[in-house]
Design a protein around this ligand. Sequence first.
Ligand code: SF4
Length: 430
Amino acid sequence: MGMLAASGPCTRPVLKERGQREVFCGLTGIVWLHRKLQDAFFLVVGSRTCAHLLQSAAGVMIFAEPRFATAVLEEKDLAGLADAHDELDGVVARLIERRPDVRLLFLVGSCPSEVIKLDLDKAAKRLDARWAPRGTRVLSWSGSGIETTFTQGEDNCLASLVPECPAAQGPGLLVAGALPDVVEDRLRDLLARLGIPPAFLPPRRSGDLPPIGPGTRVLLAQPFLSETAAALERRGARVLEAPFPFGAEGTTAWLHAAARAFGVEEMHFRAVVAPGRERAKRAIARHRPLLEGRRVFFLPDSQLEIPLARFLWEECGMVPVEVGTPWLHQRFHGPDLERLPPSARIAEGQDVDRQLDRLRADRPDLTVCGLGLANPLEAQGFTTKWSIELVFSPIHGFDQAGDLAELFARPLRRRALLASLAPGEPAACS
Ligand code: SF4
């Protein structure tokens, strides 16, 4: 059984870029976090722009009461004419009276709250002292789009939960990163069959925060959790370095890192993992004829780029031309990074015009990029995949491996179909 072994820092050259960026902000994370944490409310302290972003990204639920909202800072707040803290206290009081089911309230910072230096950590401590005795905890994190990318919202949210977790009394495994419930259940089952029943961060209910301590070993389920990893390590936990659990190989290697850390016998590991691994390989094989040999270019957006490029290269036969990521965390991305072919250009950060110049020169078959770039690129004849779709979709683990390959195959099929229907249409790039 082939494994992707974790190892030391990767020393391959990395193109560092700092220029104009085209990404969503961390508020986007509320879209999936509010579904995961089922008794939490996310109160963004921001502007009408923040409210519009949330409403259009998450949809406005008319009959269900949403568990997110925006406290809009008005001009007098921005000009420092009103005491924003008093107003915030009033908004929170009205919110909790109206929604007594909310057990955890997040005050979520934004660009405007950061610009006027509204201290939401201080506000959260003050409000927590008032409301925690009545059953609602109050914490804060920042979803600001200043120098960040959209998956950092989840990182900041989970990092804010870590100090609230109880102390662990002994060894245990923690899986960190918000996963769809169906994926979480499958990974829980697999790890339990290996004899390592895991806890998850975030939990589904805020009262079930996982215990953390020096015996805690952490598997990151998402590659964008550097702040959360640092917060966990401040509590004595140790993050296991492994490829991320995408596809048959990535999932096997990720599980194997936990098995090694907890001394699971190798034969038992192989017996437990083999059926899922074989299922995943068969599911990927169905898409391989369409993907094999196709050239893929990742523009930096979600921080999932390096593990996904590893999956496409090693398991689907695609050729990564450039893999751009907003941030490159050598420690966490290294095990996937070192598996990429030497020909793949690795870029950290964004300078969108220069990246688009390289993209036009490379003419890849598939471009994975943010929503804002996808339509103009499609109009220029490029075949694109929205990177945000890969964050919203269940893509982790053995049973999602076929769906993950399908997400990359679909735009290639669509482009081929369009080309066959309309001969005048720009053909798929090759
Ligand atoms: S947090 Fe900043 S980037 Fe995000 S919607 Fe609000 S103003 Fe825009």
